[in-house]
Design a binder for this molecule. Sequence first.
Ligand SMILES: [Fe+2]
Length: 231
Amino acid sequence: MLRELDRLQIARVSAHPLSDNTGVWLRDPDGNVVQIVVATKVSPDGPALQAPPHLHPAGRGAAPSRSAAGRVRPRCLSHVLLFSSDVPRSVRFYGEVLGLRLSDQSGELIAFMHGAHGSDHHLLAFVKSDGPGYHHSSWHVASIDDVGIGREHMAACGYVRGWGVGRHVIGSNYFAYVQDPWGSFAEFSYDIDFIPADVDWKPGDYPAEDSFYVWGPQPPDYFTVNHEIAE
Ligand SMILES: [Fe+2]
């Protein structure tokens, strides 16, 4: 790996304020600092656990009462979407350096990458902007109910800005995004596609206007703003 970094002429970052002196530290082409650590695979080896299907016998109501709906607790991180000043360049870098593989893309506007050892449809994704930035983190929940209940809970706590509930085309997941105080988002995600290690996934190139979401409300104007470079 170190030889590969040398071959690609990627400089290591030394004495970064965040460094704990473990692993290898470097910068991606947009200047984001990346730490690479040898570790056991911790991402799921199969599709995220789902809530057991509700029994729904005829002649009986299936929905819980509102008071029994409960709190939603995300199960694990699914993926992160970063703004990139050059999406194909970011895809090349993370493919060569981390071995991530292209899952799907929409021209040079957005690209999604998965892990070679089996992962969600995307662990890391990039969307075009004028500079680097952090768009969202995405968190697995167990059901479409949990997507809606989680979104509603956040709104009740004062975080009303966001987008959803809806369903993405690329990745297939049901989503609800909540904007945080810094302008980026956290996503409640249910039922994202999973790409096993032994599946030869053929990346698709989707037209932008037909790949963003299957259904859902119109995304708000602020959904695509890179707040790290905006005035
Ligand atoms: Fe997402």
